[in-house]
Design a protein around this ligand. Structure first.
Ligand SMILES: Cc1ncc(C[n+]2csc(CCOP(=O)(O)OP(=O)(O)O)c2C)c(N)n1
Ligand SMILES: [Mg+2]
Length: 341
């Protein structure tokens, strides 16, 4: 088949293939993480992003490197898409010193000031007011930075959602609020939790634009994000995007998912996989070949394997690290340590 240099949504073939590669990397990285978790190499909670890749990759493609993101605890994918090396993410999962938070944060705490990755958050909706605060700081300093805040459908019934959206709209803050509606908040189906069928009325309640987006179509995500990011960057304030998606795995590693049927899961996995949908789109437009997808997938698998090897071979933090980067009175900590020597 002849390969065309056509663009899709203003994106070049190189950019489109890069988006495909990043989605493949997120998928393979998460599969590898699950494997390592099962082997006991990763402890604590761990929430996988499999199925939701188009949301993180599509929206981050529309950002500048100097822009900032904040996430929930389901954030390994966002961190990698924003430029964190898979080795650094995997080492953090393993609790190793080479991780982004020196192994002290784990799965829910990916952070890099340089890359504008301002953390995952274990407290549902905690990131929404923090994002408003960071956007306020950027506005105050006269920077043209945009902040993107990701959260789940479970976060929109928290008080923090309303407080943050109200102030963001009132002060026209440069922030984009992205609800990744994967249709479940742990075991709670969204239609049992929301008094309304979608978030448009909630956006309207705070006088900001709102948009419903197909989260399995990476180009729809990219387009909607681009509009919202430009809106924020030009001083017009926040947007609320509801991006409908589906997590292919359980809520966390220990969730047997009894609250939904295997048929429903199968239906999404088989016919609405965001990677498969994107590949078909690129094939239909003659922009890429199956061989190129396979090549991306091999590279993504290899990088994920290497990340696990890197994490495995990295040391744990030394005992001295126990008392750094934590909010404790160090004098008390030292006394405690001496008492227990
Ligand atoms: C304030 C608060 N309440 C409850 C919890 C327990 N909890 C952890 S994850 C979660 C579900 C959130 O679901 P959603 O926002 O839809 O995100 P998803 O896991 O689907 O990505 C809950 C209730 C919490 N971490 N924080
Ligand atoms: Mg959810």
């Amino acid at each position: 088949m002849a390969i065309s240099n056509a663009t899709l949504n203003g994106l070049t073939r190189t950019q489109l293939l890069e988006m495909h590669y990043t989605m493949a990397l997120l998928r393979r990285f998460e599969e590898k993480s699950a494997e390592e978790y099962t082997r006991g190499k990763i402890g604590g909670f761990m929430h996988l992003y499999i199925g939701q890749e188009a949301v993180g990759v599509g929206s981050i493609t529309a950002l500048r490197p100097s822009d900032k993101i904040l996430c929930s605890y389901r954030e390994h994918g966002h961190a990698i898409a924003k430029g964190m090396h898979p080795n650094t993410v995997m080492a953090e999962l393993f609790g190793k010193i080479t991780g982004c938070s020196k192994g002290k944060g784990g799965s829910m705490h990916m952070w890099s000031n340089d890359l504008g990755i301002l953390g995952g958050n274990g407290i549902v909706a905690a990131q929404l007011p923090i994002a408003a605060g960071i956007a306020l700081a950027a506005q105050y300093q006269g920077l043209d930075t945009v902040v993107v805040c990701y959260f789940g459908d479970g976060a929109v019934d928290e008080g923090a959602f309303h407080e943050a959206l109200n102030l963001a709209a009132l002060w026209k803050l440069p922030v984009v609020y992205i609800c990744e509606n994967n249709q479940y908040s742990m075991g709670m189906a969204v239609e049992k939790a929301w008094s309304i069928s979608n978030l448009l009325p909630r956006a309207a309640a705070y006088g900001m634009p709102g948009e419903l987006v197909d989260g399995m179509n990476i180009l729809s995500v990219y387009e909607a994000s681009k509009r919202a990011i430009e809106h924020a960057r030009s001083g017009q304030g926040p947007t609320l995007l509801e991006i409908k998606t589906y997590r292919f795995r359980g809520h966390s590693m220990t969730d047997p998912a009894y609250y939904r049927t295997r048929e429903e899961e199968h239906e999404w996995r088989s016919s609405r996989d965001p990677i498969g949908i994107f590949e078909q789109m690129l094939l239909d437009h003659g922009i890429a070949t199956q061989a190129e997808f396979d090549e991306n997938d091999v590279k993504a698998t290899q990088l994920s394997e290497e990340a696990a090897e890197f994490a495995e071979n990295s040391p744990f933090p030394s005992l001295d690290e126990l008392y750094t980067d934590v909010m404790v009175d160090n004098s008390t900590a030292l006394t405690y340590r001496h008492l227990h020597q």
